[in-house]
Structures are given as C-alpha cells and as structure tokens.
Design a protein around this ligand. Structure first.
Ligand code: UD1
Ligand code: UDP
Length: 386
C-alpha cells in the first residue's frame, strides 16, 4: 500500500492538513505517516492535540526568533536523514510556509513525488507576503500533483504552464476543518471570554503576525486598536496574540491597561472558531482567517495591501485596508456605525470550499497511484466539468 507522508510545521498547516490526515487514515488504499518539523511548537501541538494526531516523526526545529535560513536548512537536513530510514511513496506539503517549501525540496532531492495542498495562490508580488509568495511559487515548480482550492488558483497554475491533468480543484481544506469544529460550540477556557460570549457585547476580533507588517506597521496596529477601544467603549476588542516575541513587542505596548481590550494567548482552534462565530467584525492579516470568516458571514478587514485570496474580496465580504493607523480606525468606525456598509459585507459566502476538500484530495491521490477515480472538482457541477 502506498505510504503518504504529510509534512507540516505551523498552526495553519496543521489545521488545514488535519482533515486530510483523517481521510488518509480512513482510506483502505493508502497508508499515512505524519511528520512535523516543529517550526511552531505550542501553536502546532495545540492543533495536533485537538484533532488527535500523534506525529510519527518530529524534527523539533524551532528556535526563538528563528530566521528563514534556519527553518529552511534544519528542515532539509532533518528530512534528508529521515528519508534515508523511512522513504514514503509521496509527501504532502501545504501552502506557503518555509516548512512546506523546504519539505518539498527535500522530497524532490530524494526523488519522492510532492503533493501540494492549497496550490496556485498568487498575490502577484514576489515580496508580499514575504517569503510566502516565493515559497509557493517554488513548490509549484517541483510538485507532481497540485491540489488547488479554487478555479482561480487553478488558472494561476495553468498560466505558469503547470499541466492541467496534474491539477485538481478541491476547495480549501480549512473549510472542512472549520465546519467540523465550529459546530462543536466549545466552552472558552478563559472565563473572561465565556462572560463576554453571554454578554451580547459587540466583539472586534483582531489577529496579526505577518512578517512584512512587523515593526512600525504593527506598532500602528496597536495604536489603532487603542484608539478604537477608547472611541467605542461599548465594544470589546479581543486579540489572541501570536507567540512571536516580535509581534508582542510591537502590538502590545499601546493597548496595555485598556478595559475593553482582552489579550489572550493563541486560542485552541475550537475556541477560536467559536470566537469568530460570535464576533461582529474581524480585523486581521491572516490568510486562514480571511478564508474562514466569510463562510460565517463576518465582515473582514484585511491589514494588507494585496491578497492571494481574491474570491471573498470580489464577493464583497473582505476588504483590503492596508496597515495605515488612521485608515484602520476609520474603516472599523464605518462598519460599526454605518449599517448599510456593515450589511453589504456581512452575507455568508463559501467561495473557498464546501467541506469536501479532504475527500477530494485523497481521491486525487488514490488516482495518482492508479487506485481510484477523482471526484468532481469543487465549484463544477458534474455536467460542466471539462
Ligand atoms: C509562520 C509562517 C507564515 C505563517 C505563520 C502562521 C514562514 C516563513 N512563516 O510565520 O507563513 O503565516 O507561521 O502563524 O514559514 N513561536 C513560538 N511558539 C510557537 C510559534 C512561534 O515561540 O508555537 C515564536 C518563536 O520565537 C519563533 C517565532 O514565533 O521563532 C516566529 O515563528 P515563525 O514560524 O518563524 O514565523 P511566523 O510569523 O509564525
Ligand atoms: N487560529 C487559532 N487560534 C488563534 C488564532 C488563529 O486556531 O488564536 C487559527 C485560525 O482559525 C486559522 C489559522 O489559525 O485557521 C490561521 O493561522 P495564522 O493566522 O497563524 O496563519 P496564516 O493563515 O496567516 O498562515
């Protein structure tokens, strides 16, 4: 039976691969061996624990304030050794982190086929997001099977001469994870959040971590949060803050001591999805949150200049607002106080998936090994598939 090895290292990869790991383990045609790099530690372990995944191999590469070079070299060297003792028939990598590209390169060097989940996202700017746009383009060059979340990501790959027969449009597996998790409606471990949930107060949920926003842009985000909190005392702002010390140093000083701002450690995925579902507005620079919030009908203000996820922007539920402090304040103010603007962004849409991305992915992998047939692509009815 072909052995498939998902390799991942960060929180979003773990969330997005958990449905695929479950589907692989349920497959009677494929066997699954999980490797983590440990690019993240607490934030990775939290997700594996939630989904009941116990990795078979753990490279444990994390360093405080790690550099891109250290993630890349430690991952390649660790996998180089691992593949000598345990050679899978294919590896799965997800998205655009440095773990994912390093794992793809290590597998490629060993002649192991690479399956790329969430293939074909492009911002069109090599330096933004940095280094993710470069990472995903590199992985596309060496992958054998490209599991594209949407038809526009498929079009991006075709435009770069990836053969159409190697691309399957699956939907994004984050929607599989979200739909399964949010319906569990878990209790918050932090009593402040549980009190907030029953209070009916309006919630502005904020997350920020992007490397290119660290420094002055992120200090501006902190100042903007403080100004919004003071101007809108009836609002509660919740910031589950990323573990990265560079993020904490930038964003936290301006918001210390504000009564209507709750700063938490990274929330377990179940708690975070519940918080998303009870929030009024989302302010974020996260990729995954941009995909999840629209399916819960939540307006999303994205603190970036561009996005590789145009679908929800086109549908009107996501707005790109950049990182200018004044702009952040005025965009949040507009959504809080102008009902028409809020309503125009608050419709639930599902451009990123239908909850079946993991079975579609595993069917495509089985087909790759001559063991089954593909399912109908996401977004295509059986009659329109070309
Ligand atoms: C990484 C990914 C980014 C992804 C993000 C998701 C790269 C280059 N970046 O960025 O694409 O969007 O994850 O969150 O692959 N830390 C801990 N414990 C943890 C996690 C992080 O202490 O569980 C701290 C460490 O000091 C670490 C730092 O955060 O050095 C930065 O982590 P790193 O993975 O390098 O960058 P992220 O910004 O998390
Ligand atoms: N998330 C979480 N707990 C948190 C914040 C985010 O579980 O406290 C989840 C979120 O639902 C999404 C993913 O983490 O699925 C996004 O991760 P992140 O923003 O770190 O990375 P990105 O998606 O930008 O690569």
């Amino acid at each position: 039976m072909p052995v498939i090895m998902p390799i991942y290292g960060t929180r979003p990869e773990a969330i997005k691969l958990a449905p695929i790991v479950a589907a692989l383990k349920a497959s009677s045609q494929l066997s699954c061996v999980v490797t983590v790099t440990g690019q993240h530690r607490a934030m990775l372990d939290q997700v594996n624990e939630l989904f009941g995944i116990v990795p078979d191999y753990d490279l444990d590469i994390i360093q405080q304030r790690q550099t891109l070079t250290s993630i890349m070299t430690k991952t390649i060297a660790g996998l180089d050794r691992l593949f000598e003792q345990s050679t899978p028939d294919a590896v799965i990598v997800q998205g655009d982190t440095t773990t994912s590209t390093a794992a793809a390169i290590a597998a490629f060097y060993h002649g192991i086929p690479v399956i790329h989940v969430e293939a074909g996202l492009r911002s069109g700017n090599l330096f933004s997001p940095f280094p993710e746009e470069a990472n995903r383009k590199i992985t596309s060059q060496i992958a054998s099977l490209h599991l594209a979340p949407t038809s526009s990501s498929r079009a991006n790959l075709l435009a770069e001469n990836v053969p159409g027969e190697n691309i399957v449009v699956t939907g994004n597996t984050v929607i599989d994870a979200l739909l399964n998790t949010v319906e569990q409606n878990v209790t918050f471990a932090d009593p402040q959040l549980e009190e907030l949930a029953v209070s009916g107060r309006k919630i502005l949920l904020v997350t920020t971590h992007r490397r290119e926003n660290q420094g002055e842009a992120m200090r501006g985000v902190g100042r903007a949060i403080a100004r919004i909190a003071k101007a809108e005392p009836q609002l509660t702002i919740v910031l589950p803050v990323h573990k990265n010390p560079a993020v904490r140093e930038a964003v936290l000083p301006a918001i210390e001591g504000l009564q209507n701002v709750i700063v938490t450690e990274p929330l377990a995925y179940g708690e975070f999805t519940r918080l998303l579902s009870i929030s009024h507005i989302i302010l974020t620079d996260s990729g995954g949150v941009q995909e999840e919030a629209p399916s819960l009908g939540k307006p999303v203000l994205v603190m970036r200049e561009n996005t590789e996820r145009p679908e929800a922007v086109d549908a009107g539920t996501v707005s790109l607002i950049g990182t200018d402090e004044d702009r952040i304040v005025s965009e949040v103010d507009n959504l809080l106080n102008d009902k028409a603007s809020f309503n125009s962004m608050a419709s639930a849409i599902n451009p990123y998936g239908d909850g079946q991305a993991a079975p579609r992915s595993v069917a495509a992998i089985e087909k790759m090994f001559g063991l089954g047939e593909r399912m109908t692509d996401f977004g295509l009815s059986p009659t329109t598939r070309s």
